[in-house]
Design a protein around this ligand. Structure first.
Ligand code: AMP
Length: 487
């Protein structure tokens, strides 16, 4: 999972790109990069770390130009990546292209081979995004060289090349790219697994366009959300500000990733027409019914979120159970996400650093704790222990997401099956594992229903980490085994 952002404006974009990346920081804290276009030249700066660590004033000064793209990279546990794998990536031929990508390709190994052996192109990192860039570059070159005007790049060449990319590449990809001297390209995979939105603003009587993983960027930069980029669609904005778009996939369907709504996206984002905040609130309403079936509501004294993501869920859950909503776990907002720490020992310590209990909120109370999801169960076990030590009587644990039982191959970092606490365990067994008195998980049907209620045009979801059904049809046990072995 990563964040991408791109701008074609009528004024320098370096500060805007930096500010936009800050708004996407939650999508990746591992590395950040910006490329700007000044006429035919690209200026690039990228490196490991948070946005505020990667960019110094001197770097910002060098990022000249009125168009640019930017990226924040998601940390992948146990698979530390070098700064060479920070994005965007660059190729010099054809024309000069830079590209940044959110998502994960599922046929990278096969593509890598084709790129190397057939296209005679070199990929210098382990990144599927560099492979994707080389596939696109090859297709663009091929399309242009076959045309009647082989030295001239047209909008149709670009869209034809994207259409070829859709035929060759499988997996999830939301992409922004710049073609030197021409403009900015954005496209989304035919399932629309990862989000991508289009925004615009009036600048000095002209229209500036922006593309971003989440529309939260637009509000902060005084851009307006135009719409989501459709699955399989490509948008090209010339450097003089003309917007073109085309549906480039033979078949496309809107199947966004459910986990974006559960955990990943900011609550103030609207993804594929669905307010993430409202979706989470609705998850709380649906969860209330499931809780009523599993726990005697008379036994619950208080409902409490595990901050921050689950707050809207817990609020509605409390309301629909008719129970008080209280906050007894206080988050230290200066500690990084615990998921990114390698090894369970470090992780255990960081949960304690991150959350601190208010004992008076727990003493002699039966508490229903609410989290967005339980993955390994390390966090929840630690929290239950902490809440118990703070004097709670009974501790119930509710998850806004169903049991996570399968790895995610489309860009969300999930551990291997063996590490998932819900793998091969019932809710009661999970409760025992985390020392809770009961555990309640959202039903997958309920989760899908409450999100789709907010936009009936959504045809379905990538729900693979809950269901084991992988939309791209190319994931089997062998693939998952190889993935597990590579970790
Ligand atoms: P754990 O069960 O200890 O693996 O941690 C679960 C918690 O980590 C959830 O409550 C989320 O807040 C957070 N989380 C879930 N999935 C991810 C992910 N893919 N990347 C980062 N954090 C995650």
């Amino acid at each position: 999972m990563c964040g991408v952002f791109g701008l074609v404006a009528h004024e320098p974009v370096n500060q805007l790109l930096y500010d936009g990346l800050q708004m996407l920081q939650h999508r990746g804290q591992d590395a950040a990069g910006i490329v700007t276009a000044e006429g035919n030249r690209f200026h690039m700066h990228k490196g490991k770390g948070m946005v505020r660590e990667v960019f110094r004033t001197r770097n910002m000064r060098d990022l000249i130009g009125n168009a640019g793209i930017a990226h924040v990279r998601y940390p992948t546990a146990g698979n530390a990546k070098s700064s060479a794998e920070a994005q965007p990536f660059y190729v010099s031929s054809p024309f000069g292209i830079v590209l940044a990508h959110n998502g994960n390709l599922t046929n990278t190994a096969e593509l890598y081979d084709t790129v190397y052996r057939e296209y005679l192109r070199h990929v210098n990192t382990q990144s599927d995004s560099e492979v994707l860039l080389n596939v696109f570059a090859h297709e663009l070159r091929h399309t242009v060289s076959r045309s009647s005007t082989p030295f001239h790049l047209s909008i149709d060449h670009i869209f034809d090349a994207v259409a070829q990319v859709h035929k060759r590449v499988r997996g999830a990809y939301a992409v922004v790219a710049l073609i030197a001297g021409y403009g900015m390209l954005a496209f989304r995979d035919p399932n629309g697994i990862r989000p991508l939105t289009l925004g615009k603003a009036e600048q000095n009587g002209q229209t500036a366009y922006a593309v971003a993983s989440e529309n939260v960027v637009f509000n902060s930069l005084s851009f307006d959300l135009v719409r989501d980029i459709a699955p399989g669609e490509a948008v090209f904005i010339t450097f003089d500000g003309q917007l073109h778009s085309r549906h480039c996939a033979e078949t496309a369907r809107l199947m966004p990733c459910l986990f974006e709504y559960v955990y990943f996206a900011r609550p103030d984002a609207v993804i594929d027409g669905v307010s993430v905040y409202q979706a989470r609130a609705n998850m709380g309403i649906a969860l209330a019914d499931t809780v009523k079936h599993r726990i005697n509501p008379d036994e619950i004294d208080v409902v409490m979120p595990i901050p921050d993501t689950s707050r809207p869920v817990a609020m509605e859950l409390a309301h629909h159970l008719g129970k008080p909503y209280r906050e007894g776990l206080i988050k230290n907002r200066y500690i990084g996400r615990t998921f990114i720490m390698p090894g369970q020992a470090t992780r255990k310590k960081s949960v304690r650093q991150k959350l601190n209990p208010i004992p008076s909120e727990f003493q002699n109370k039966n508490v229903l704790l609410v989290d967005d999801s339980i993955v390994r169960g390390t966090t929840s076990r630690e929290i239950v222990e902490m809440v118990r030590a703070s004097g709670a009587n009974k501790i119930f644990f509710a998850s806004a997401a169903p049991e996570v039982r399968y790895p995610n191959v489309y860009g969300i970092d999930m551990p291997t099956r063996a590490e998932l606490i819900a793998n091969g365990r019932s809710a009661d067994e999970i409760a025992r594992e985390i020392s809770a008195d009961a555990c309640v998980f959202q039903n997958l049907d309920d989760l899908e229903r409450v999100v789709r209620d907010l936009n009936p045009a959504i045809e379905g979801f990538d729900n693979s980490c809950f269901s084991g059904c992988y939309l791209t049809g190319d994931i089997d046990d062998r693939y998952l085994l190889a993935l597990a072995n590579s970790r």
